[in-house]
Ligand binder design. Structure first.
Ligand code: ADP
Length: 424
């Protein structure tokens, strides 16, 4: 059995999200963290492999180089098609990285056309007339306009992507998508003939994405969020049940949160309101040299081992602005990632075996600190939020890596408070 789909995701939780989508589509899926090398080993018999890069907010030339390395590695493993996964809220700047990376992957594959669709209907992301919606709001009216690294203040995808590529960008509208796979294929050919390189497609439902996925089966490079990946995965014939999952049934449970997204703030509030132990990290104090990690570990050691704990740096938009004004955006982010990565290592050493991490950048910092390179993708707790399983020096670890805005408000308590729930 060889690999069918090779996927490159532009951040760590995005990788988890898209890997879960391939698994839902019936594909046995591995998730690899960071640029793979000769020592990176995939679980046997994978249908799909997702390489989760940290290329969403890096300079465009670095993002391109890492993505091309991942593409070559996936091709060497036999991947027939490359799926470039970016955020369902199209997180990027006017300079990239979605346009430059897609162009580079297409050049390497020798292809002149690709299809884009960031829609992810289970998470409320839809595309209509080329405009990206987050539930009932345009992207530019949603809380994403306040994102700490990629504030999104425009919703028009053709315009957003045109700013990131020198090539032509055009739309396949919903009326065409509703007419089915053949209509979309014809529209792709028509766009191809008029020199369009990036085709953005509307999608409101999973059925629309199934149509787009089937229509994209012949394209060497396809780009979008997890929704299109699932449509794409369903277009491949199924290969049987996933491998058994090495769920740790013992050990402590913890949440580490670095996301400042609205949903993560709700999840933190819900955890706190449930009476479970939670600790806020003082980022400014850490930056001024106080031993915030040592204090957090003393606090952790004093908690009831039977209860999950939450340690968070996450801040409201006002608090975040204040910290960033004092430290600068990059230094503030570096402080938070250092704090949470180091704490993750200490917590696992102290016996945490179920670890939930909130935030894309934060998840990258945590897996790097733990030395976790690849995981098997397991069952989802909420759409786009699966448990994953990793072997570490200290034993099997269940990791949940959550994009800031993902998961229901009670995700933390529901998944961690009762081990029996996780074991189901
Ligand atoms: P999301 O998935 O919600 O985008 P990320 O972890 O990717 O979450 O990004 C959140 C960003 O906010 C990170 O760069 C993190 O370092 C930063 N951050 C979190 N808490 C604070 C804080 N208290 N002060 C300053 N920056 C913070």
């Amino acid at each position: 059995m060889t690999l069918r789909i090779g996927c490159i995701a532009d951040d760590f939780t995005g990788g988890t999200d898209v890997a879960a989508a391939f698994r839902r589509a019936g594909l046995r899926t591995a998730l690899v963290f960071g640029t793979p090398d000769d020592a990176t080993v995939l679980p046997a018999d994978c249908d799909a492999a997702v390489i989760a890069l940290k290329s969403r907010s890096t300079p465009a030339d670095e993002a391109v180089a890492d993505s091309l390395t991942a593409q070559r590695w996936l091709w060497a493993k036999g991947a027939a098609q490359i799926y470039f996964k970016y955020c369902s809220t199209f997180d990027s700047t006017p300079h990239g990285n979605i346009g430059p990376v897609t162009d580079a992957l297409m050049d390497a594959a020798g292809t002149a056309t690709t299809l884009h669709c960031p829609a992810s209907p289970p998470n409320g992301r839809t595309v209509y007339q080329g405009h990206l919606f987050v539930h009932d709001q345009l992207l530019s009216d949603s809380p994403l306009r306040h994102h700490p690294l990629n504030p999104m203040t425009d919703s028009a995808l053709v315009r957003l992507l045109s700013a990131q590529t020198r090539h032509k960008v055009a739309l396949i509208d919903w009326a065409t998508v509703r007419r089915g796979v053949e209509a979309v294929r014809e529209a792709v050919v028509t766009h191809q003939q008029s020199g369009v390189r990036h085709i953005v497609a509307d999608a409101l439902t999973d059925d629309d994405l199934a149509v787009l996925g089937a229509a994209a089966l012949e394209l060497p490079v396809v780009a979008g969020a997890a929704g299109l990946a699932e449509g794409f995965g369903h277009a491949y014939p199924a290969t049987g049940p996933a491998a058994p999952e090495p769920l740790p049934r013992e050990g402590r449970a913890a949440v580490l949160a670095g996301s400042c997204s609205a949903r993560t703030l709700e999840q933190i509030a819900q955890f706190y309101a449930s009476g479970l132990p939670s600790l806020h990290l003082d980022v400014l104090a850490a930056a001024s040299g106080r031993d915030v990690i040592g204090e957090a570990l003393v606090w952790y050691d004093g908690q009831d081992a039977g209860l999950p704990v939450l340690i968070y740096a996450s801040a409201s938009p006002e608090e975040l602005a204040a910290v960033q004004a004092q430290l600068g955006v990059a230094e503030a982010a570096a402080q938070v990632e250092e704090l949470l990565g180091t704490l993750a290592s200490h917590l696992v050493e102290r016996g945490v075996r179920r670890l939930l991490v909130a935030g894309g950048e934060t998840s990258g910092a945590v897996t790097t600190a733990l030395g976790v390179r690849a995981v098997l993708v397991g069952q989802e707790a909420d759409p786009g939020v699966p448990w994953t399983y990793a072997a570490t020096k200290t034993g099997d670890l269940a990791l949940m890596l959550k994009s800031g805005n993902f998961g229901a408000p009670d995700l933390f308590t529901r998944t961690l408070a009762a081990p029996a729930e996780v074991a189901r």
